[in-house]
Design a protein around this ligand. Structure first.
Ligand SMILES: Nc1ncnc2c1ncn2[C@@H]1O[C@H](COP(=O)(O)OP(=O)(O)O)[C@@H](O)[C@H]1O
Ligand SMILES: [Mg+2]
Length: 302
């Protein structure tokens, strides 16, 4: 890919009227020309990873990830176990802090703030505000066992968003209805199947009305016969179109059906990306070819 230098305006500061005394700040980035051309005069990405690196001690898990996700775009992330997929999601969910690089969400820095034209580490207040834009569903759903399904879904809006109980319940029932579980509102998690629990976990994330949702291998802990119902719910949410989604998955057919774009990560780097129609039929890199090959061999042997 051709790489060119271009001045890219970052953050909301640059859009402020100048006479307000606000300082105009610009940052130089090396960005692929094709990408800036596409962005020029068009939509701003909802999520933007810029040269993201993450180490745990000596181990560098992400080695410079650049990724823009457009509003409403569904991006599937595939790759071998240990390649850094979950870490990427956890950085976006503010559960891990990047070692270097920046992440922007909806035009604002996630882990940084701009102060007098300089980038400084975000404070807790900033993180708290930004966090409300992002939701995540994990492999292990971790419902509160001593609370009813309805309470499980209303807890966060009441405690975090300070929503009134009746309003939270109205919204929670709407979301439970979306995942097909409104009739389980008074049950406890132990009375539900794994697939149902995971659907509750999805409702619990949806009720916060995030702009971006991260699904991290949400079906990998489920019995095979329960996988379909959970994927169907996610497909339905995706079909709604509005929500930006990062779908970390090893369900290739699901990725092919739902994603606008597939990202293949290996060894902490994006090795290849493209529309599912190409990624799954004409993988270019040797690594993706062998990854998909191994995956198909496994499927065939199952
Ligand atoms: N909190 C942590 N401390 C130390 N190592 C970690 C931590 N989280 C993840 N890792 C390591 O980072 C690597 C990537 O992990 P992960 O992002 O979970 O990969 P994936 O989701 O692609 O399987 C693995 O080697 C994992 O052991
Ligand atoms: Mg993972």
């Amino acid at each position: 890919m051709e790489i060119g230098f271009e001045i890219v305006e970052v953050g909301s500061v640059v859009n402020e009227p100048y006479e307000g005394g606000g300082k105009l700040s610009m940052h130089m980035h090396a960005v692929p020309l094709a990408e800036t051309a596409a962005e020029r005069g068009s939509v701003r990405p909802m999520v933007r990873f810029r040269n993201i690196r993450k180490s745990f001690g000596e181990l560098e898990v992400l080695k410079g990830v650049d990724l823009d996700i457009l509003p409403g775009e569904k991006v599937a992330v595939i790759g071998p176990s240990g390649s850094g997929k979950t870490t990427l999601g956890r950085l976006l969910m503010t559960l891990e802090e990047p070692t270097s690089g920046t992440i922007e969400v909806d035009g604002e820095y996630l882990w940084h703030m701009e102060k007098r034209g300089k980038l400084v580490r975000a404070d807790e207040k900033h993180l708290h505000r930004m966090r409300s834009k992002i939701g995540m569903v994990f492999q292990h759903f971790n419902l509160f066992p001593h609370m009813t399904i309805l309470r499980n879904v209303t807890e966060a809006p009441i405690r975090v968003l300070r929503m009134r109980r009746n309003e939270a319940e109205r919204l929670a029932l709407e979301m439970l209805d979306k995942v097909g579980l409104a009739d389980k509102r008074d049950n406890y998690p132990s009375q539900l199947s794994g697939g149902e629990k995971q659907r509750v976990a999805i409702a619990r994330a949806l009720v916060m009305k995030p702009q971006v949702m991260i699904f991290d291998e949400v079906t990998s802990a489920l019995d095979p016969e329960l996988v379909g119902e959970v994927l169907a719910v996610i497909k339905e949410i995706a079909a709604d179109g509005k929500m930006t989604m990062l779908l970390i998955t090893h369900e290739m057919e699901f990725a092919r059906d739902v994603a606008d774009r597939v990202i293949f990560i290996a060894d902490g780097r994006i090795v290849e990306q493209g529309p599912p129609s190409r990624i799954f039929t004409q993988p270019e890199s040797e690594r993706l070819q062998s990854f998909l090959g191994r995956f198909r061999a496994y499927r065939a042997g199952r």
